[in-house]
Design a protein around this ligand. Structure first.
Ligand code: PAF
Length: 284
């Protein structure tokens, strides 16, 4: 596996791949890789000839009160995992090369960024869309893989690709889960053993919602109320949101009539965990 730091080097690599007729896939990450990331890399590998993974902790997607400096990092372990997984290139740019002096252009996917995490993390998706567009322009992949766990992020990127006529395909990867259903996340390491045990309620609450819809319950408010009550029994530190939205527009729905998604963000201890489940409208 090659480790490249400069924009020029990664562009040369990508162009050489294209010249050789190779299909290039791209998995952007902020490092501290876990099994969830590795499943994205496996999907990328299955769908291309050459896989590039980036590791870049993007300052633009952190608000001032969110601790960018405390973001966990372990490059040595990341490199070992990537090597084992068979990634071809890891791109680890320096912040000053990505955000060069005088940088001022940002990408705002206006509507999709407003709801859900966008409400509690203003500016977050602008930071994500901006860095992802930069990385797409640098790596020039034929396809890029994003996890379904960050459902809103995936939708924001899909919309940006469509709106800006970018010439690449976005693949969504199913949510990687622990033995008890907890979605894999770098944030799980912040959970105490008690909170870790309690946090499995999130997956079970999503299953509960799915079962209710499959039985014909269509009203969002009653499903959300049941999910909230179920989660509260596991003593979370706080519930940021539990919402049911149209899976395309991410606008809240009163009744589940189109493909919808129940998204939640819940705190256990200091860890803010997100998860979601697709809800298909009930058909008789
Ligand atoms: O999902 C992430 O890790 C980040 O938001 C991403 C897509 C790498 C952009 O910084």
């Amino acid at each position: 596996m090659k480790a490249l730091q400069s924009i020029q080097d990664i562009q040369n690599w990508s162009q050489a791949c294209k010249k050789n007729g190779h299909k290039v896939s791209f998995v952007p990450t902020m490092g501290f890789l876990h099994e969830g990331h590795l499943s994205l890399i496996r999907l990328a590998k299955k769908n291309s000839d050459q896989v590039c993974v980036s590791i870049f902790v993007n300052p633009l997607q952190f608000a001032t009160h969110e601790d960018l400096d405390a973001y966990p990092q372990d490059l040595r372990k990341d490199f070992a995992l990537l090597e084992k997984e068979g990634a071809d290139v890891v791109f680890v740019p320096k912040p000053k090369e990505i955000y060069q002096q005088g940088f001022q252009t940002k990408v705002d996917v206006t509507e999709l960024s407003k709801n859900l995490c966008g409400k509690s993390r203003p500016g977050h998706f602008e930071g994500v869309a901006t860095v992802v567009l930069k990385l797409f322009n640098i790596v020039q992949p034929d396809l890029a893989v994003f996890g379904d766990k960050d459902f809103q992020q995936k939708r924001v990127i899909e919309r940006m690709v469509e709106d800006l006529h970018l010439n690449l395909k976005i693949l969504g990867a199913p949510i990687g889960r622990e033995y008890d259903g907890l979605a894999m996340s770098s944030r799980n390491m912040y959970l105490s053993s008690e909170d870790r045990e309690n946090a499995s309620v999130l997956y079970r609450s999503l299953q509960l919602a799915k079962e209710r819809v499959e039985k014909g319950q269509m009203q969002s408010s009653s499903i959300i109320a049941a999910v909230r009550e179920f989660i509260e029994r596991a003593h979370p530190t706080g519930i940021d949101y539990i919402q049911i939205c149209d899976a395309k527009s991410l606008k809240d729905v009163v009744q589940i009539k189109t493909e919808s998604v129940l998204c939640l963000a819940v705190y256990f201890g200091k860890a803010r965990l997100i998860d979601n489940v697709i809800l298909e409208p009930f058909q008789q």
